[in-house]
Design a protein around this ligand. Structure first.
Ligand code: UD1
Length: 356
């Protein structure tokens, strides 16, 4: 059995690592790892491979940046010959980035089976590029691995046959559990003891100058009550530079490696973010999370975990921050099957359904 994994952007790497590892323990599986090159800076890509102990990619398509159509089309154009040459029995795609949907499209037209890891998540907001990627990828996938019950329900409503849906839990939490002991040993000089950790990169928050201005003003206001530590995504850095906003009062950092970011998350008083994965990681860590979005494709982080959607409503952000500062921040539980064994469950299902 030959399984080909496709990864491309930062949030893919920690999802693929546990699946690659679980499959490597099965002797009859040959694996090929393809990196599309959607993320290419060393601190957005290479460092994750080394910290997650992933093998170097067998193929790097080096597509780089572009508009959505350009990037997706370029991945498809460069990926198709790789599939034709390596002839995998199954292709695994991860999450909701442009690399995910591009690879799923190529394989479904070549009649190669596709497995989607992190299937079924829906924000029901089609202004998000990731929502389009999720809908199309799930529609084209033969095996749908979901992290939580809402994923199964969404897929069933869309008419996906139940036998194709496999609730395996959260692969990203596998990586977190594996590396948390290492993160616990990791400290960073020059940062305050108590801080709010911030990440912002969604187009809806940073591409429109009015929205970005509002978000940055909110962060400056937060910083008056709790120091803000802010590793800045390249997309956001570019927009801030275009915009000329002054943020010297904040602790601005380059994008951080996985372990260093995990170390900052576990010690944070609160996390303020618009990321998808960080809503889940904070829920696992029991750290209150204020999400600068109106909706989430990961509702279990709100119903079970520590997440609160504050949108771009500054009053709500400040009032939730006040609760955190007075020791009344949201507490929660870890959702079922977020236990470090999701990668093994996927390998097990593949060995049953695909005769590995
Ligand atoms: C992508 C994903 C998003 C995910 C995010 C994590 C899609 C549609 N979006 O968004 O779901 O949450 O990754 O980071 O796939 N850039 C660099 N260096 C890099 C990569 C990007 O400088 O290594 C800059 C480029 O200017 C690029 C911009 O960041 O144009 C955006 O990168 P892109 O991959 O298009 O989307 P992200 O915003 O990173």
């Amino acid at each position: 059995m030959h399984i080909l994994h496709v990864v491309g952007a930062r949030p893919n790497f920690m999802k693929a690592a546990p699946v690659c590892r679980a499959l490597a323990e099965r002797l009859a599986v040959r694996q090929t790892l393809v990196h599309t090159g959607q993320h290419y800076d060393a601190n957005m890509s290479e460092v994750f491979f080394s910290q997650l102990r992933m093998p170097a990619p067998d193929v790097n398509l080096e597509v780089g940046s572009g508009s959505h159509a350009q990037q997706t089309a370029e991945i498809m154009r460069r990926f198709e010959p790789v599939v034709l040459e390596t002839k995998p029995d199954l292709v695994l795609v991860y999450g909701d980035v442009n690399s995910t949907v591009a690879a799923a499209l190529v394989c479904s037209k070549l009649l190669i089976r596709v497995g989607h890891v992190e299937a079924g998540l829906r924000s029901f907001d089609r202004t998000m590029p990731e929502e389009i990627n999720r809908l199309v990828t799930d529609r084209l996938s033969d095996l749908l691995f979901t992290p939580s019950e809402d994923g199964d329900t969404n897929l069933e409503h869309e008419g996906v046959p139940t036998e194709n849906i496999h609730r395996v839990g959260n692969v990203m939490i596998d990586s977190l559990i594996q590396l948390l002991p290492v993160a616990a040993q990791c400290s960073r000089d020059g940062l305050p003891d108590r801080y709010a950790l911030v990440t912002i990169h969604r187009p809806s928050n940073v591409d429109d100058s009015e929205s970005l201005k509002g978000v940055l003003e909110s962060l400056l206001q937060v910083n008056e009550q709790l120091p803000v530590v802010f590793p800045v995504h390249p997309r956001t850095r570019q927009r801030i530079a275009d915009f000329g906003t002054h943020l010297e009062k904040l602790y601005l950092l380059e994008p951080l490696p996985y372990i260093e970011f995990l170390a900052l998350q576990r010690r944070a008083a609160v996390v303020i973010t618009d990321s998808g994965g960080i809503q889940e990681e904070t829920t696992y860590l029991g750290v209150p999370c204020l999400t600068i979005r109106d909706n989430t494709e990961r509702p279990v982080t709100v119903t079970v975990g520590t997440n609160i959607l504050v949108g771009q409503d500054r009053k709500k952000l400040m009032s939730e921050l006040g609760k955190v500062l007075s020791g009344k921040g949201k507490t929660g539980k870890v959702p079922p099957l977020w236990d470090g064994n999701a990668g093994d469950r996927i390998a097990e299902i593949l060995s049953r359904t695909a005769s590995i």
